[in-house]
Design a protein around this ligand. Structure first.
Ligand code: AGP
Length: 615
């Protein structure tokens, strides 16, 4: 949540920071601001709303200098108005701070500082950080910014990513990471260095990056940087080369990132499977999981932890792992897991699924698992993210940058990753015959083509969206492996179109939600040809008998369903195990075109952010 960018070097800092913020806007877009040191002063420009407003403002009120910081905000404390926008200046204007996270004890610190004569100008928790730094700069740190920052952060409770600039030492930025409030990447270039909360912000300039771990501080200058622990010990950090191509993070011919990302799914699934299936040797290879056959055989259980869309993906993965590797799987919300004192040991693998690799609740569940001695794995999209780094083993989604706040291709690639994981575990545990492995890898090999054919329904979905966009409540029903697909379809619709939508197991409809059904309620049913097809038809009858408007996702060639449902969207015939991939893609398209028809901000829906780094 919130995006941070910093620059020090030979270029003009402002355009670098604005470009970086543009790429981070998906992390929050309530307000935006920059601070640049020029002459002998820190100049701040900030405003409520999006970056476009700030770009206009600096055209008429520019600032030019070689060092600066910027921030795009997802509001936690204080309304999204200009005075609460970051960067925040200290009372005497000597220090300026951008921040990601929550200062849990900010009220108490604010009271103490106010009693000492400090005058606050915002309603934010962040402002206490900069006021504390200014206080310690004169009182204990002898003007040294890094030292003042180190002293100040010791008083903060909570998790934080902070970048500080000061006119006392205007050649450096100080970056601090405490806990999991979002990452801090330091990018290195020739006579220039970058600081960012997320990789895409600086990928146009450098692919060489260092990531701060918790309780580390970086002192970043034009010609170098040093990393220390908050206890003052020097750290030798390893540089990572990040492979993303910034061009793939551009919208191209598409109207929205979400649309582009929906249409990239045949490609991204191909990349996910690529290199992991040895078709000649008839086996799945997942070296990055760091798992021996002996460990695999000793495993008793998998616990999947995730949030939002990634959680629904985990519900589908449960079907794969239980069926193919004969291992019991529990799926839990990251935000709930650590609060129930879970029972774990080294015969359990905890699998975190996270697109961003920075979701604080998922990271906390991973920490809990680590402390209790479980094996910790992650399925992650963001290369180099915390969830990738702290796991014993990982599987990359290989989806490429996902910019739209509503997750699409990360969902389908993480589902495919779990299919691969289940096959790999089945192989190592001896629960799958060579024929079974062959049949499943062929199912995977055919999937990109099926996804391509599914995307051809775009026109039909577009027309359907125009007929149903004005309804205010939707019910999504699925059964078995398609129940999580119904949950994901409903989440997509509510996220981007602000229509209330519920996902439900179809068999549960009669135990309550049926009371809601009338002629104003579209009921989206996933009624593909599988082992619960007949049951789904009965549920459609029950909904129709209450005058619902039934939209059915059906398998090509199914003519019976046309006599039951009001609208039928046909998907290509596929193995039941990959049906949820195809049905979710259809539901992504439905949500997308409904939202576009309603004029909603598809890529940056209100109140949401791409990386949720606060609890
Ligand atoms: C998906 O459309 C959402 N924006 C959200 O539910 C997301 O999936 C969730 O916040 C988890 O994010 P992660 O995968 O980056 O951990």
């Amino acid at each position: 949540m919130c995006g941070i960018v910093g620059y020090v070097g030979v270029r003009d800092a402002l355009p670098v920071i604005l470009d970086g913020l543009q790429r981070l806007e998906y992390r929050g877009y309530d307000s935006v601001g920059v601070a640049v040191f020029a002459g002998d002063t820190i100049h701040v420009r900030r405003n409520a709303g999006k970056l476009a407003n700030l770009r206009e403002r600096v055209k008429t009120d520019p600032i030019s200098g070689g060092i600066g910081i910027g921030h795009t905000r997802w509001a936690t404390h204080g309304a999204p108005v200009e005075r609460n926008a970051h960067p925040h200046l200290s009372m005497n204007g000597e220090f300026v701070v951008v921040h990601n996270g929550i200062v849990e004890n900010y009220l108490e610190l604010r009271e103490e500082l106010t009693a000492e004569g400090v005058v606050f100008r915002s309603d934010t928790d962040t402002e206490v950080i900069v006021q504390l730094i200014e206080k310690f700069a004169s009182d204990g740190a002898h003007g040294d910014v890094a030292e003042a920052t180190r002293l100040a952060v010791q008083h903060l409770r909570g998790a934080h990513a902070i970048v500080v600039m000061s006119k006392r030492q205007p050649d450096r930025l100080i970056a601090v990471r405490i806990g999991n409030a979002g990452g801090i990447a330091i990018g290195t270039g020739e006579h220039e260095h970058f600081v960012a909360s997320d990789i895409p912000a600086i990928l146009d300039y450098t692919h060489s990056m260092i990531f701060l771990e918790s309780r580390q501080m970086a002192i970043v200058r034009q010609d170098g940087f040093e990393i220390q622990t908050l206890g003052g010990q020097q750290v030798h950090a390893q540089a990572h080369t990040i492979p993303y191509d910034p061009v793939s993070a551009a919208k191209g011919e598409y109207k929205h990132f979400m649309q582009k990302e929906i249409f990239e799914q045949a490609r991204s699934i191909t990349d996910t499977i690529g290199g992991r299936v040895d078709f000649e040797g008839n086996q799945v290879v997942l070296p990055s999981l760091n798992l021996t056959a002996e460990q695999a055989q000793q495993l008793q259980r998998i616990v999947t932890v995730a949030c939002g869309t990634s959680y629904f993906s985990g519900l589908i993965g449960k079907f794969y792992i239980e069926q193919l590797a004969r291992l019991n799987v529990e799926v839990d919300y990251g935000s709930e897991y650590r609060y129930r004192d879970p029972i774990l040991d080294d015969t359990t693998a905890v699998l975190a699924i996270t697109q961003s690799g920075e979701t604080v609740d998922t990271l906390a569940a991973m920490e809990e698992a680590r402390e209790k001695g479980a094996i910790v794995w992650s399925i992650v999209n963001a290369v180099g993210s915390q969830a990738m780094r702290v796991a014993d083993g990982h599987i990359a989604m290989n989806a490429g940058p996902e910019i739209g706040v509503a997750s699409t291709k990360a969902f389908t690639t993480s589902v495919v990753d779990q299919y691969l994981l289940a096959l790999y575990l089945g192989q190592l545990r001896g629960t799958l015959s060579p024929d079974a492995i062959k049949s499943h890898t062929q199912t995977l090999a055919r999937l990109p083509d099926l996804v391509g054919r599914t995307l051809e329904i775009e026109r039909a979905i577009h027309e359907l969206a125009h007929q149903v966009y004005a309804y205010t409540n939707f019910l999504y029903l699925g059964r078995g492996i398609n129940y999580p697909a119904a949950l994901e379809g409903a989440l997509k619709l509510k996220e981007i179109s602000y229509i209330h939508a519920e996902g439900y197991p179809a068999g549960e409809m009669k135990h309550g939600p049926i009371a809601l059904i009338d002629e104003h309620m579209p009921v989206v049913t996933i009624a593909l040809k599988d082992n619960v097809y007949d049951k789904m038809l009965s549920q459609i009858e029950q909904a129709k008998a209450r005058d619902a408007i039934v939209i059915a996702l059906a398998t090509e060639g199914d003519t019976v369903i046309q006599t039951k449902a009001d609208h039928v969207i046909y998907l290509p015939e596929a193995s039941a195990l990959v049906n949820p991939v195809l049905s979710v893609i259809a539901l992504q398209l439905l949500a997308y075109y409904v939202a576009v028809r309603r004029g909603a901000d598809v890529d940056q829906p209100r109140n949401l952010a791409k990386s949720v780094t606060v609890e």
